[in-house]
Design a protein around this ligand. Structure first.
Ligand code: COS
Length: 387
């Protein structure tokens, strides 16, 4: 399908494809097996200016927006979703500053994120607050010219590796979601340490770690927007980042489809290539159709964001749900086409199937996404009725 991508985006796609082939494919199995953070790949991505894509030019970025970032995430995910997660989580971490930060915060933090010299992370989830983001307990209490943070954040992508963390904490617990605020916490802040490192099913190249705040002092200047705006900052961040998860899922699914196509043309059974059997052909046809539909939806919402749309939570949730469910189905079918070999670690499709699973869970489970879609539909329908 021709998506009429700009010259800039086509160049990014080619660059990511080349980096994935030369620097990621040869080590992806090792990264997965050893649960190893891909520092050397992050350096290549930084040297290639790929962290600059989504950051405005005024802060050292390329100002290319959401579609460009989606295309980069998709291309890297075709080869290793763990590496792609490490890369894309920077945009998630930077998003609260980009969307709601002050001029001073943007000039202070974005250039380092654009150059890739600093990585970023976003910290919302807690042991007892996952889907129920309004149920967080981490506290932030104003004391002189700083806030004092106490609490634990869980499953934070880039935890321990990032230098800049955007953290959601309660400044007014009585007000629930409306009492949350967003803060920028730097690695090394007094009272900020790292806890448990997770051993995950998939995306094992990405670092996932607990953040621990014990009387952690954060300057007042690091409060994003105003007190009480934290839940809104988090929701707007997720609306902007979910198309990136969708793009990651499209990449994983495309990678699995490519592997299945190549394998089916080589593998012979009953004296013939298995891609000559209609049973396999129909599977491949369905896989390809679903991947293309997921890509079309993902690029559409990214274009909607780039064109300046104000609310797009429904479309972002639709892309995330559809693409991640597609990735799970397509990778499962790819394993099926590989048969017994697909179940073995020597072949990449079992990793792709494990990697795909998280896209149905993180940045909001697909059940939450369906809730977001339904709420928007009902709201839109009610507002039509009033007209
Ligand atoms: N954009 C702007 N405002 C939003 C919004 C959005 N996308 N989503 C909610 N809001 C606003 C609501 O309008 C409401 O405002 P008022 O208090 O002024 O009415 C406020 O935020 C609270 O919204 P709501 O009542 O819908 O909050 P809930 O506690 O019911 O939670 C969900 C809403 C479930 C959507 C939210 O908790 C969520 O997204 N959960 C998933 C979290 C997640 O993705 N975690 C992944 C980890 S981070 S990688």
């Amino acid at each position: 399908m021709d998506y009429r991508l700009s010259e800039d985006i086509l160049a990014i796609r080619e660059l990511c494809s080349d980096i994935a082939a030369r620097h990621i494919r040869p080590i992806r199995e090792e990264l997965d097996r050893e649960n190893r953070f891909p520092a050397e790949v992050m350096k290549v991505l930084a040297d290639s200016d790929l962290f600059r894509i989504y950051i405005p030019e005024a802060y050292g970025g390329l100002g290319l927006g959401s579609l460009a970032l989606c295309v980069a995430a998709e291309e890297l995910s075709k080869v290793c979703a763990g590496v792609a997660t490490t890369y894309a989580a920077n945009a998630l971490g930077a998003m609260p500053i980009l969307l709601s930060g002050s001029e001073e915060q943007k000039s202070r933090f974005l250039p380092g994120l654009a150059s890739g010299s600093n990585l970023a992370a976003f910290a919302l989830t807690e042991p007892d607050a996952g889907s129920d983001a309004g149920g967080i307990r981490t506290r932030a209490i104003l004391d002189g010219d700083s806030y004092v943070l106490n609490g634990t954040k869980q499953w934070i992508t880039n935890g321990g590796e990032a230098k800049v963390y955007t953290v959601i904490a309660l400044t007014d617990p009585d007000r629930g979601a409306r009492g949350a605020s967003a803060f920028i916490v730097e690695d090394g802040a007094p009272g900020f340490s790292y806890g448990k490192k997770e051993d995950k099913m998939g995306i094992r190249a990405s670092a996932t770690r607990e953040l621990v705040f014990e009387d952690c002092r954060v300057p007042v200047a690091n409060l994003i927007a105003r007190e009480g705006m934290g839940f809104m900052v988090a929701m707007r961040t997720l609306d902007n980042s979910r198309p990136g998860v969708a793009a990651q899922a499209v990449g994983i699914a495309q990678g699995a489809l490519d592997e299945a196509l190549a394998y089916a043309s080589q593998r012979r059974q009953f004296g013939q290539r298995i891609d000559s059997f209609q049973a396999i052909q129909f599977m491949l046809a369905d896989m390809a159709t679903q991947v293309e539909a997921a890509r079309a939806l993902t690029y559409s919402v990214a274009r909607m964001i780039d064109s300046g749309a104000k609310r797009f939570e429904k479309e972002a949730a639709m892309a995330k749900v559809f693409a991640s469910d597609t990735a799970m189905r397509v990778t499962t079918d790819a394993v099926q086409i590989f048969g017994g070999y697909g179940y073995m670690k020597e072949y990449p499709v079992e990793k792709m199937m494990r990697d795909a699973k998280i896209t149905q869970i993180y940045e909001g489970t697909n059940q939450i996404q369906r809730g977001v879609i339904a709420s928007a539909l009902i709201r839109e329908s009610a507002s039509k009725d009033r007209k």
